[in-house]
Write a protein that binds this ligand. Sequence first.
Ligand code: NIG
Ligand code: FE
Length: 383
Amino acid sequence: MTTTLIDGIGLLYTGDPEREEIPGAALLVEDGVVAWLGPAARAPSGAERRVDVAGRAVIPGFVDSHAHLIFAGDRTAEFQARMSGEPYTGGGIRTTVAATRRAGDAELATHALALVGEMARQGTTTVEIKSGYGLTVEDERRSLEVATAFTDETTFLGAHVVPEGVPADDYVRLVAGEMLAACAPYARWVDVFCERGAFDGDQTREILGAGLKAGLGLRVHANQLGEGPGVRIACELGAASADHCTHLTGADVDALASSGTVATLLPGAEFSTRSPYPDARRLLDAGVTVALATDCNPGSSYTSSMAFCVALAVREMRMTPLEAIRAATYGGARALRRTDVGWLRRGARADLVVLDAPSYVHLAYRPGVPLVHQVFQGGLLLE
Ligand code: NIG
Ligand code: FE
């Protein structure tokens, strides 16, 4: 058994709703798991190793519950066009699909490894990874197989868009049938882009229903570009998360508030598509559990930084710094139905970030500044 005492913590944000902030704290790690945490003066003695973080703040590792990391190619030109006034329609997804189909597995894996490394250095210790740029049985299957090397939180998103030249009904049948059967062994979740121009309500229900039968949990890309049935379907079918939630009616907010479905907000997408941000205040005030995630993808949100999303949530979505850090840790874990990550409490995985700052508030107060001093994953210091 190895034990490490992390001592001298200026402010510990735990992510645990029962005891969210502990000033002047210490935390004991035993075999990769949190064994004790509390005021430093009461820390147990006898740890084999002691790490003094010299008054820095500590937070749980970020839980990035929504990312599209299996792709090839580049969409800089599309971004430039948008910044000159072009709208985002999701049409560029097909550009990435063509590049991804051309790429070999090793290229996809090398690229995903670089992004996962980039995330880890910025404090993300749990990441969800979706397929969705293959859109054939084999390209979706191999996308997910590549993803399993990096995370257990893999999501089958064959229903990202209908590929060019395939009739929509045929494609929905393929996704819910042969493609799902090939992908389910590599996936924990199934997701559908429920949006005008992608999949409608009936198609979404058919695919999610088939996914559920195949033993997968549900998540939905919902209400990103306009109002629609996505959020309500997610709540009705018991999805873990409805993601984007940018255009909501009162009925959508009520459905989220009375369900166990988390609203995952992705402000990087609004930033990079120059769109209005979701109304986080309305959701929080209605009692909805909110998560923040990067949506890292080459089209609508090419950021891997949870800290950037926290800063956007505070500045642009009127979340308080406490609500934003909670959504980026505890909220992300709820969106993945995980109780071992997203908070620091006895028995949780010792995934934590030491910040070069006295408080987590600096993540929003000092936007764009690299504040991650050290990252521990399962109690091990990432080098
Ligand atoms: O979550 N909205 C659908 N999917 C991604 C964007 C994908 C892309 O543009 O490549 C999203 O924003
Ligand atoms: Fe997405």
